[in-house]
Ligand binder design. Structure first.
Ligand SMILES: [Zn+2]
Length: 1030
């Protein structure tokens, strides 16, 4: 799920995977595991740099047939320097969209239009079952198995509201072909066995399968997954919004599955659905990057399509929603969130208006721009009139332009709002919209939104091919013109022309779509103290219905099935049939541009000259010294608000306009970094990051300078509002990233540095901020923040980094010099703090959710220690061979794994887990498993684990981000290569040594942490004393 801010920031490059998509927890994480949190957040920011293709001769010409595919359309799109080929298989009508682009990160995907007609989660369960083995690859969960046999940069399967998509990307050609075979066989020839259905979908089973007297309960992977998904209020709200604004056809249902309806699905219905919907005629295939398309075409035609006929796929089309004659109101209930705001404020409201057909691309584009103009930032009217009066916790996660469906929608919603303010919100919304219709917008504001859009076209993202796919999927699914939709510059010019011809262009649109539109839904949501109980009663009622229908014979069958399933899960997987890369395929490290260090104005500056598409990227790292404990605790808030409070020269509205119209934003972020050599000390820093078109570089440095010199925190009303929104937004993410919070919580028990990390970004931080705000007046808060700024921004505390095109470099440096010259400078005092370790302890954050997130962390060895690469390989091996099979496949958690971070902390985790002490016990038994399964640690399994690590080490990086790890951790690119080759040369003996050294005896510094429901037996079940935090 993407954050709201991101949602609002990217008008055109709209949201990859909106809140409506049920995505499986399988994506490959990144490069250096900074901290768990970081890795997750940055995973999609880094990419390879695609460069310009000059005068290429193309083999594929319109009208010609290649391996059964007729080439229908060829177009060059200069905005992205790509050539688009649309081909259609003559026998089946399957459409194949190939994007030729000079980008090493190749993408492949196959998708189907899957329109559910109930909420049993059929398409979602089918998505899982398809990945349980196929004719050629009868291996369960080939994705998880392939994670360690490939160097994929992305591998996933997702169920959207009316489509199911299977995408992957990799930089390795061999890997690409391997994965392509697996994906195609999985979707076209899956085994779809009954046992798989029981495991992945739902089943009745004795609580303890070995004891027939224990009660029968409902189990199943998707069943649990959706219970977990619906434990997040933001998700419940988003799902209900979709179901209610488009109620008549497929969007009226929950494609992921409503836990109360999942048990109505039968295996046979699922098999029938597959036969009908996974027909090649109902599929769409995407390929992207520098690769030989003819190989793909040949495989498809020879192995899967040539024997199939063409069927009419119109049965899966979603019709347009019939427009309402009058607006509707719907109220729903949510779970009480004990991490959230006070109970009287835990309500949400949204107004959603149906827009236009998704296939009307220019209209949709313009409406998206309009929605940005209305919603985003302090110069937009809705922000001014609805957010600034500060009667809520800010926009909720559903806010924005919803474009994943056949009809698009415009949504504005608030979180953490009192029920008595619902009417106020509606009145303010209507008043603001009607005022905008009459008065129009300030042209400078419109320009800044358009500039930002144009800049985003130039900005290179490392997963461009993936992004392009996700942004096109819904439109393609509705048979829209995906090729023309890429001509963004043309759409912008068309829009500019229309605005200049008709001064009231946007006003007319507002009138048509926002004022005279009866298809309007007002959705409200309030917490219900009995929510969980009501659900449990309904669940029990359903279970009783099922049980009533059982006779002795069926009961016996249930008991037998459980044994069969158990044996099936524990059987050794025959992964050998899966293809695997060899060492020769991956021995060479990816070529990365060189990094230089230069002293400029006595400031250590890192330079990377690289093709950046006329953008200069600038980073500035301020080491922090001399902050008090409380000031340190306020650093995250400081970073969050400094660039949105204005300066002494510009108020915050003017500043926002300037930043948007000249740069891609100026962001501040704090870092806590442990010494990667010995983990004996740590230091704190704040990094400022920005980028701009080369021609705007003087302005970019000017704005940075203005912020650093003239920041202000004296608008106390604004500060108060920003802090409240900050706290509200933080608590929204806890349930969806629970494993990261659990790992942070466990790390907090290991050392003082870990403790500080959790206080600065974990669950503890939310609590700290709530208390702090309650007990401190705003004048004091403002003063404290100001003081942090005066201590922080200091030339002698600073390192800089510039990534830009070679030809622009001299100019960039001269502007950088001016920037440095003007910075204040006082005595250098780079000081780090000592790390000390704690005695073992356990902590349970009690949350009102039906699933657990468990973690155990202990100190092992930091990044530059010789054992680190070995432990990293071991973590991969444990995840693949031990934790996933036991915690996920046997015990029903949605995800599980182990990792070691640069700070030397080795962590185990589980995700959306029905168990807690049972999972912790699995973590505890690691050494026993390693001993008893010694034979499993063979050359092949070690090599697979190495590949898993490699896919992180070698993942693509965006030109603007090259060298960022060096910059933060001061680990040189040469050391990084040494680390890589040492990792590749880890032997069985190295692993055995590490196992004895780190796992035989419990570490003297470890912590365990659970986020999940209350459990009064925890002490007894784990023989440990738990600290309970409610
Ligand atoms: Zn799933």
């Amino acid at each position: 799920m993407l954050s709201r801010s991101k949602l609002l920031r990217s008008a055109h490059l709209k949201i990859l995977r909106s809140r409506l998509i049920t995505s499986c927890f399988k994506s490959v994480s990144t490069f250096m595991e900074i901290s768990g949190d970081e890795a997750m957040k940055t995973s999609h920011k880094q990419v390879n740099m695609p460069s310009v293709i000059h005068q290429r001769e193309y083999k594929y010409a319109e009208g010609k047939v290649y391996h059964g595919f007729r080439c229908e359309r060829v177009e060059h799109i200069s905005d992205f320097e790509l050539t688009s080929f649309t081909l259609r298989h003559e026998g089946t009508g399957t459409e194949l969209w190939h994007i030729d682009r000079n980008d090493a990160n190749k993408v492949f995907s196959i998708s189907f239009r899957t329109t559910p007609f109930d909420s049993t989660g059929l398409p979602h369960i089918l998505e899982h079952l398809v990945l349980c083995g196929s004719k050629k690859y009868p291996v369960r969960d080939p994705f998880f198995k392939m994670l360690n046999r490939s160097v994929a940069t992305f591998m996933n399967a997702m169920t959207g509201p009316d489509y199911t998509i299977y995408p992957f990307s990799t930089m390795n050609e061999m890997d690409y072909r391997n994965l392509q075979h697996i994906y195609l066989d999985a979707v076209f020839r899956p085994n779809l066995t009954y046992l798989d259905f029981l495991q992945e979908g739902w089943r009745l089973e004795n609580e303890d399968i070995h004891d027939q007297s224990t009660p029968i309960v409902i189990k199943g992977v998707v069943y649990n997954e959706m219970k977990g998904a619906f434990s997040e209020n933001a998700q419940v709200f988003g799902q209900n919004l979709l179901n209610n604004i488009l109620p008549d056809h497929t969007y009226g249902h929950v494609s992921g599955g409503n836990p109360l309806e999942i048990p109505n699905l039968s295996h046979i219905e699922l098999v029938d659905f597959h036969r009908k919907y996974y027909h090649p005629s109902n599929s769409r295939i995407y390929s992207y990057g520098l690769l030989d398309l003819s190989k793909t075409l040949a495989i498809l035609d020879n192995e899967y399509l040539s024997e199939q006929s063409c069927i009419d796929n119109s049965f899966s089309l979603t019709p347009q929603q019939e427009r309402w004659v009058q607006p509707r109101n719907v109220h729903i209930f949510s779970r009480l969130d004990n991490m959230g705001a006070t109970i009287d404020r835990q309500n949400q409201i949204a107004i959603a208006l149906l827009m236009c057909d998704a296939t009307n691309i220019q209209e949709n584009f313009e409406l998206q721009v309009l929605s940005e103009i209305l919603i985003r930032g302090p110069n937009s009217v809705l922000y001014k009139n609805i957010i600034e009066p500060n009667f809520s916790g800010g926009y909720n996660q559903s806010t924005g332009y919803l474009s994943d469906t056949k009809d698009t929608a415009f949504v504005v919603g608030l979180q953490d709002i009192r029920v008595e303010n619902f009417t106020k919100f509606i009145e303010l919304f209507d008043k603001t919209i009607s005022k905008a219709m009459n008065d129009g917008f300030e042209s400078q504001h419109v320009e800044s939104v358009l500039h930002n859009l144009e800049l985003s076209l130039k900005h290179q993202s490392p997963y461009f091919g993936n992004t392009l796919l996700f942004n096109s999927t819904a439109l393609w699914n509705h048979e829209g013109d995906i090729v023309s939709n890429l001509r963004v510059s043309e759409m912008i010019s068309r829009l500019r022309a229309r605005i200049s011809q008709n001064k009231s262009y946007f006003q007319d649109k507002i009138k048509q779509y926002l004022v005279n539109n009866n298809h309007r839904l007002t959705l409200t949501m309030s917490p219900d103290g009995l929510y969980e109980k009501t659900f449990k009663v309904a669940e029990l009622e359903q279970l009783n219905q099922k049980l009533k229908a059982l006779n002795t014979e069926m009961l016996e069958k249930i008991y037998e099935n459980a044994f069969m399933l158990d044996a099936f899960q524990k059987a050794k997987p025959n992964s050998d049939v899966l293809p695997c890369l060899t060492i020769n395929d991956v021995i060479d490290p990816p070529k990365r541009p060189k990094i230089f260090i230069q002293s400029i104005q006595n400031v250590q500056t890192q330079i990377c000259k690289v093709s950046t598409n006329d953008i200069t990227y600038f980073k500035c790292l301020f080491n922090i010294t001399g902050l008090s404990q409380e000031e340190t605790m306020l650093l995250p808030l400081f970073c969050n608000v400094i660039s949105v409070m204005g300066t002494s020269k510009y108020n915050y509205r003017e500043l926002d306009k300037l930043i948007l119209s000249k740069t891609g934003g100026i962001d501040f972020k704090f870092n806590l970094i442990e010494d990667v050599k010995d983990a004996k000390s740590y230091w704190l820093s704040v990094m400022m990051t920005t980028h701009a078109l080369d021609k705007n570089i003087p302005d970019m440095f000017g704005l940075c300078q203005e912020l650093i010199h003239n920041f202000r925190f004296d608008d106390l009303d604004r500060l108060k509002m920003l802090i409240q929104n900050y706290i509200s937004n933080m608590s929204v993410g806890v349930a969806s990233s629970g494993h990261l919070y659990a790992m942070l919580g466990a790390t907090a028990l290991v050392s003082n540095a870990g403790k500080l990390k959790s206080l600065l970004s974990g669950v503890d931080h939310i609590e700290f901020m709530k208390n702090f705000v309650q007990n401190t007046n705003m004048v004091e808060v403002g003063d404290k923040l100001r003081l942090i700024g005066t201590k922080l921004f200091n030339k002698s505390n600073l390192r800089g980094a510039i990534n830009c095109t070679e030809s622009y470099f001299p100019l960039a440096v001269s502007h950088y010099r001016n920037f440095l010259e003007a910075l204040p400078s006082f005595e250098k005092n780079k000081k780090s703090s000592k790390i000390h370790f704690y005695d073992p302890s356990c902590q349970h954050y009690v949350m009102n959710i039906p699933v657990n997130y468990c973690a155990k962390a202990f100190f092992a060895a930091p990044y530059m220690h010789q054992d680190h690469p070995t432990l990293r390989v071991l973590a991969k091996l444990l995840s693949a061979k031990y934790l996933l099979p036991v915690v996920r496949e046997q015990n029903g958690a949605y995800g599980a794994g182990a990792k070691i971070s640069t700070d030397g902390i080795f962590s185990f985790y589980s995700y959306r887990d029905p168990h807690s002490s049972k999972t912790l016990h699995v973590f505890e038994k690691t050494y026993d498993w390693l001993r008893s399964e010694r034979q499993m640690i063979d050359e092949q399994s070690i090599f697979e684990a190495k590949l898993g690590v490699l896919s992180q080490l070698d993942s693509p990086i965006a030109p603007g981000n090259i060298g960022v790890d060096y910059f933060l951790y001061e680990v040189s690119p040469e050391y990084f290569e040494k680390y890589r080759s040492r990792m590749l040369s880890v032997t069985i003996e190295d692993l055995q040594d590490a196992i004895e050294k780190y796992f035989r005896k419990p570490s003297s510094h470890y912590g365990k942490c659970i986020l999940g429901p209350a459990n009064k037996h925890l002490d007894l079940e784990t023989s440990k004393k738990w600290k309970i935090i409610v």
